[in-house]
Design a protein. Structure first.
Length: 285
């Protein structure tokens, strides 16, 4: 009978296993906004061989660290490996503009700048999308990325959006008008960036507290069908809104809505969805 040699060295883990472990680690580090650690881990992955997604993740980490030119080089490497990689292509276009306006480097993202994943999950009546107007200059927008937390503050008849300590724009009037009234009565909202282009920024806004004075009043009388996920969520890596492969399950409708018939159907997405409602329903005689 032959017995195993207990003193023999253990077999080294396979390259694919090491790559999976490092990928999980890189994603976890980025989810915690540990961008320097995430960059180093992705470099280790690339030492094991070509990997377009590792290039994308490394680019994201470098961007968050303020290394704009280095980030573009990594996106270019990802696109060279995979010419259909829309994440790399779109970010190369954006960085081309930012490099002219902001230079090769800018300030790193602030600690705690990422929004909780829960903000990006749609819920009927509780969440809605809006574009920002009166945008900050490209140099200030250089460190704003999908997944960043956005603070909303009233300023007269406008709703100002702040991210990374920078005033990044103004919530479009058709959405702001309704929210400003509800906020004046005590409602609270949180927001996150879902997408950025050369000329536009799109955010998702979530009602996080409804004041009793606003009971029965719906913050967003329409619900979109698409769902945006924060970048680096496990399984999606740095996939942004155009690159989602699966949708989250629909949340149950808000039980606090007094009259669901007042909620405009999801397919209604025009300005009529934001027509102001009367404070009280008046019964006809």
């Amino acid at each position: 009978m032959t017995f195993p040699d207990l003193d023999a060295p253990a077999a080294a883990p396979s390259t694919s296993r090491v790559r999976r472990q490092l990928t999980d680690l890189a994603i976890a580090q980025a989810a915690q906004a540990r961008w320097a650690d995430a960059a180093e881990t992705n470099r280790k992955i690339l030492e094991l061989g070509p990997d377009a997604e590792a290039h994308n993740r490394l680019a994201k980490s470098l961007w968050e660290l303020g290394e704009l030119r280095a980030a573009r080089e990594q996106y270019q490497a990802a696109l060279a490996m995979d010419p259909t990689n829309r994440i790399a292509e779109r970010n190369i276009d954006r960085l081309r503009v930012l490099l002219v306006e902001a230079g090769d480097r800018t300030v790193p993202a602030l600690e705690g700048s990422k929004a909780p994943v829960a903000i990006f999950v749609e819920e009927t009546g509780k969440t809605g999308f809006a574009f920002l107007t009166d945008l900050a200059d490209p140099k200030k927008l250089a460190q704003v990325n999908p997944g960043d937390f956005v603070e909303l503050t009233p300023e007269g008849n406008r709703l100002i959006a702040w991210s990374n300590g920078v005033r990044i724009g103004v919530v479009e009037p058709r959405v702001a008008a309704r929210l400003l009234k509800l906020m004046a009565n005590g409602n609270k909202y949180a927001a996150g960036v879902t997408s950025l282009g050369a000329q536009d920024v799109r955010i998702i806004i979530r009602e996080v507290f409804q004041d009793p004075q606003n009971y029965g009043k719906v913050s967003f009388p329409t619900a979109a069908k698409s769902v945006d996920l924060r970048p680096y969520t496990k399984g999606t890596l740095v996939r942004e809104e155009e690159d989602l492969e699966e949708d989250l399950e629909d949340d149950e409708e808000d039980e606090e809505i007094e009259d669901l018939e007042r909620v405009i159907p999801a397919e209604v997405t025009g300005d009529e969805a934001f027509v102001e409602e009367p404070d009280e329903l008046v019964e006809e005689p």
